[in-house]
Ligand binder design. Structure first.
Ligand SMILES: NC(=O)c1ccc[n+]([C@@H]2O[C@H](COP(=O)([O-])OP(=O)(O)OC[C@H]3O[C@@H](n4cnc5c(N)ncnc54)[C@H](O)[C@@H]3O)[C@@H](O)[C@H]2O)c1
Length: 310
């Protein structure tokens, strides 16, 4: 049994990762300030004696290091962040604080408390807009938003700390994660959750651009399993891996599934493409398979059926 400290535990990916870690018999200490997370996401986790939650803001200097020094966890799973690309463009200072300063606090907590492993929620946003797909981890990184830039800088910062101070860092470049508990208020990565809400409410969806843009949609259940592997699998070395399926699905294809399940909802409306959004994004999943033993198992169709409830 391992003890994992999960930052952003009350969030979408954090709560699913917490649930899977607990189900696998591990102990979890969650940390969150409830900026975008919800206590209700941890309803199942709270029934476990192996779970504890600390309300803490990661940007408070030294706060996480103090907690980690008391607890001495086997790994930190660092998910807490400002997760919206448009918000990072509106508020670059806040993006810097929540995505980079907070990540430095995690790196320092690992150094000061002697935590042997850190797993970092990075993003496909580090690549920017590339013509050659699928993207491998050695593709040039050219982020086109403050969010993508901070994720890339966070990887570099953690890997430098790890090399200097002798711990292991796994950077997980998630693609477009979807599934239950995703907050439709998060306006970038949550395209599917926004569609699901609109169809539930009987309202026409607004699609930015022509809808032909493709995304490598990955189920949150798969992402949580990749996090369990990266935090607990023995013998891992530092590195970067895409967490993706290797398959692209267009927004129009996703909308088609919702439209067929909800024939009375008006057709989608189109609005201009948003600055910072990439047209196509598909990852190569090979490194995660080789280094973590991770292969995505939930298809987009299965995941959408779960959301629609049929
Ligand atoms: N959802 C996606 O498609 C996606 C894709 C790529 C990367 N990611 C990354 O995965 C991670 C989790 O994303 P999510 O979709 O679960 O988002 P989320 O907003 O549901 O979760 C983030 C959590 O972090 C908490 N948090 C934020 N700032 C904090 C702070 N200063 N101190 C303590 N807690 C704080 C929030 O309250 C929230 O519970 C993020 O790092 C995000 O950038 C997500």
């Amino acid at each position: 049994m391992a003890h994992i400290l999960v930052t952003g535990a009350a969030g979408f990916i954090g709560s699913h990762s917490t649930d899977q870690l607990l189900r696998a018999g591990h102990r979890v200490t969650g940390v969150d300030n409830f900026r975008t997370g919800h206590a209700a996401n941890l309803t199942a986790a709270r029934t476990s004696a192996a779970f504890a939650l600390h309300e803490l803001d990661l940007t408070t200097p030294g706060a996480l290091a103090k907690l980690a020094t008391q607890l001495r966890p086997d790994a930190i799973l660092h998910l807490a962040a400002l997760v919206s690309v448009p918000e990072s463009m509106r508020q670059p200072d806040l993006n810097f604080s929540l995505n980079l300063q907070a990540t430095h606090e995690v790196a320092e907590a690992a150094r000061l408390a002697g935590v042997p492993r850190v797993v970092f929620a990075s993003s496909a946003a580090v690549y920017g807009n590339h013509p050659h797909l699928p993207l491998r981890e050695d593709a040039p990184t050219r982020p086109v938003s403050p969010y993508g830039a901070a994720k890339l800088a966070g990887e570099v910062l953690l890997l430098g700390h790890a090399a200097a101070f002798g711990f292991t860092v796994r950077c997980q470049r998630y693609y477009n994660v979807f599934g239950p508990r995703q907050d439709p208020a998060s306006s970038y990565s949550g395209a599917i959750s926004i569609f699901a809400r609109s169809y539930r409410e009987g309202k026409a969806v607004t699609v930015f651009g022509d809808g032909r843009q493709t995304r490598d949609f990955i189920s949150v259940h798969d992402v949580a399993r990749a996090n369990v592997l990266a935090t607990t699998r023995p013998g891992l070395t530092s590195g970067i891996a895409n967490i993706c399926t290797g398959r692209g699905t267009s927004l129009l294809d996703v909308l088609d599934v919702f439209a067929r399940a909800n024939p009375n909802v008006p057709h989608p409306q189109h609005a201009p493409a948003r600055p910072g959004d990439v047209q196509h994004s598909i990852g190569a999943p090979d490194a995660a398979e080789k280094e973590l033993g991770f292969v995505a198992e939930v298809s987009v169709a299965q995941g959408l059926r779960e959301l629609i409830g049929r």
